[in-house]
Design a protein around this ligand. Structure first.
Ligand code: FEO
Length: 183
């Protein structure tokens, strides 16, 4: 008896999204390492926390595919691409990455709608909300950087942005405590 509750095409799309979330985690890890090696410990902390969040997103997809009786396909994770050239570039790249991810989620939302797979449609609503939050968070960071002078931001203003991110509640610690249920 076949207990698989996902169509072949939705299963492929969800597996692909799972790998994309892993790819996003690699990107955040790479940018966090770049920030840390340039002395921006606060920014690094912020990005390391996000790497963990992306990994949790990956796990959410994995668990959902299993829950629906379908097959998880663990694939190779593409590399993160080039390191940022500046703090501004880092957050612009991060923003673009999030927008691409949102588009990818929206595609699966539409696909689940077209297939009347309401369980998957409902599952994906969490990600629709999460993407809005993530885009807003990065947009706010970009706004701060623009006020500080964008690419021409002084060392002093970058120092204070970095210090603010460092003195927010210990985000890295919070990230370690995050679970798939509470990402
Ligand atoms: Fe998993 Fe940043 O979205």
């Amino acid at each position: 008896m076949d207990t698989n509750r996902l169509s072949k095409s939705l299963c492929a799309a969800l597996n692909n999204q799972m790998t994309q979330e892993a790819h996003a985690a690699q990107i955040y890890l790479s940018y966090a390492s770049w920030a840390n090696s340039h002395g921006y410990d606060g920014i690094a902390n912020f990005l390391f926390r996000h790497a963990n969040e992306e990994r949790n997103h990956m796990m959410k997809f994995l668990e959902y595919i299993l829950e629906r009786g379908a097959t998880v396909k663990i694939d190779a994770i593409p590399g993160p691409g080039e390191a940022p050239s500046s703090v501004m570039d880092c957050f612009e790249k991060t923003f673009n990455q999030e927008v691409e991810n949102t588009k990818s989620i929206y595609k699966i939302v539409k696909q689940s709608f077209d297939e009347s797979d309401w369980a998957t449609w409902n599952f994906l609503q969490w990600f629709v909300k999460e993407q809005t939050e993530e885009e807003t968070l990065i947009m706010n960071m970009l706004d701060k950087l623009k006020i500080a002078g964008g690419e021409k931001a002084s060392g002093e203003s970058l120092y204070s942005i970095d210090r603010d991110l460092k003195s927010t509640p210990d985000s890295a610690q919070l990230a370690q405590e995050k679970t798939v249920e509470e990402p």
